[in-house]
Write a protein that binds this ligand. Structure first.
Ligand code: 5GP
Ligand code: MN
Ligand code: MN
Length: 319
C-alpha cells in the first residue's frame, strides 16, 4: 500500500500530537480520523508511520492461569464474551466480578435470554455485569422497529416474536447488572458498557464508522476504570484472517488511548484465533496504560472453546 509524502507528513504531525495527548493525565477530545472508514488501511498507515501497533508501544499479554492466587487488596475480574447460547460446557474460574461483553444469544430471543439468565444465576460471583452485542437483536428497539417494517426479511426466525415478547426483554436479566451506554461503580471501580459496533450486515446495534460511533463513545466518562464494549478498537485483537482485514473501530481506539485511558478494556465480537503477534483475535494485549481483552468464548465456528480470561486489578484507594 503506497502513501503520498503529504499523507506521511500529516501522519508525523498527528503522531507528535498523539504523543502529547497520551502523556499521563493529559486527555483530549477525539475527532473522526481521516482513515476511519478503512480500518485495514488505517492500521497499515499508522503502523508504518508511527509504529503505533507494535513494540515498544504494544505488547501481547499471556492470559493468567485460572489457579493463580489473587494478591491481597485486589479484585479479580472474570471476562467472557460471545457465548451465543452455548454456556453448558464452559468451566468458569474463581473471581469477584464477572463481565460479559455481549453476544450471549444467537438472536436475542426471550427464551435464549431466560436461559442465559438462569446460567448467570448459577455463577458464584459477587457482581455480574453484562452488555449486549449485535446478536441481541431484541435489545435494540430501533432495530426491531425497522425489522418489522422490512417484514423480518433478514431474520425470519425473529418473525415469531410479538412486540410484547421483547418490549421489556432487559427485565429478563434479573441475575446481573445490564449496561447499555451506562455505567455502574462496583468495589470502587467505575465500569461503563456499550453494545455498538461498526456496521456489518445490518445486525443489532450496528452504526456506520465515523461520527455516529464517535457520538456513542463520547458518552463514556473520562474517569472510567473498566470499559466494556462489544467491538474491539482498531488494531487490538481485531484481525479477521479470512478477509485479511482489521475490523476494529478507529474512533474507539482514539477514545480509549487519547481520552478515557481505562485500566481494562473488555470486548469480543471477533471470534478468530490468535495466529501471530500482528494478527490476533481472542486474547490479551496492552499499550502500557490499558490492557485490552478479547474474551470471545466461541471460535469462528461458534464452538465455545476459549477459556474465560481473568485479570486482577488493585482495589482503588478510598479516601
Ligand atoms: P458475530 O456474528 O458473532 O457478531 O461475529 C462473528 C464473526 O463474524 C467474527 O468472528 C468475524 O469473523 C465476522 N465479523 C464480525 N464483524 C465483522 C466485520 O465488521 N467485518 C468482517 N470482515 N467480519 C466480521
Ligand atoms: Mn459473536
Ligand atoms: Mn458480535
Amino acid at each position: 500500500m503506497a502513501f503520498t509524502l503529504s499523507e506521511i507528513m500529516a501522519a508525523r504531525r498527528q503522531q507528535s500530537q498523539a504523543q502529547s495527548h497520551t502523556q499521563r493525565g493529559s486527555r483530549t477530545a477525539v475527532e473522526v480520523d481521516e482513515y476511519s472508514t478503512n480500518p485495514t488501511q488505517a492500521f497499515t498507515f499508522y503502523n508504518i508511520n508511527q509504529g503505533r501497533f507494535q513494540p515498544p508501544h504494544v505488547h501481547m499479554v499471556d492470559p493468567m492461569p485460572h489457579d493463580t492466587p489473587k494478591p491481597p487488596g485486589y479484585t479479580r475480574f472474570v471476562c467472557i464474551s460471545d457465548t451465543h447460547s452455548r454456556t453448558d460446557a464452559i468451566q468458569m474460574p474463581y473471581g469477584d466480578v464477572f463481565i460479559h461483553a455481549g453476544d450471549f444469544t444467537e438472536l436475542g430471543l426471550p427464551s435464549e435470554v431466560k436461559k442465559f439468565n438462569d446460567w448467570l444465576g448459577t455463577l458464584p460471583y459477587d457482581i455480574k455485569i453484562v452488555i449486549a452485542g449485535n446478536h441481541e437483536l431484541t435489545f435494540d428497539q430501533e432495530f426491531m422497529a425497522d425489522l418489522i417494517k422490512q417484514d423480518f426479511y433478514y431474520f425470519p426466525s425473529a418473525s415469531k416474536l410479538k412486540p410484547e415478547n421483547y418490549e421489556n426483554v432487559q427485565s429478563l436479566l434479573t441475575n446481573c447488572i445490564y449496561l447499555q451506554d451506562s455505567e455502574v461503580t462496583v468495589r470502587g471501580f467505575r465500569i461503563y458498557g456499550s453494545p455498538w459496533q461498526p456496521w456489518y450486515y445490518g445486525w443489532g446495534f450496528n452504526l456506520p464508522r465515523g461520527q455516529a460511533l464517535l457520538d456513542k463513545w463520547n458518552q463514556i466518562p473520562d474517569n472510567t476504570d473498566i470499559l466494556v464494549t462489544h467491538c474491539p478498537p482498531l488494531g487490538f485483537l481485531d484481525w479477521v484472517p479470512k478477509k485479511m482485514q482489521r475490523v476494529g473501530c478507529m474512533e474507539l481506539l482514539n477514545t480509549v488511548q487519547r481520552r478515557v485511558q481505562p485500566k481494562l478494556h473488555v470486548f469480543g465480537h471477533i471470534h478468530e484465533e490468535f495466529t501471530t503477534f500482528l494478527c490476533p483475535g481472542y486474547g490479551m494485549m496492552t499499550d502500557g496504560t490499558t490492557t485490552f481483552v478479547n474474551a470471545s468464548a466461541c471460535t469462528v465456528n461458534f464452538l465455545p472453546m476459549n477459556a474465560p480470561i481473568v485479570f486482577d486489578l488493585p482495589n482503588p484507594r478510598t479516601t
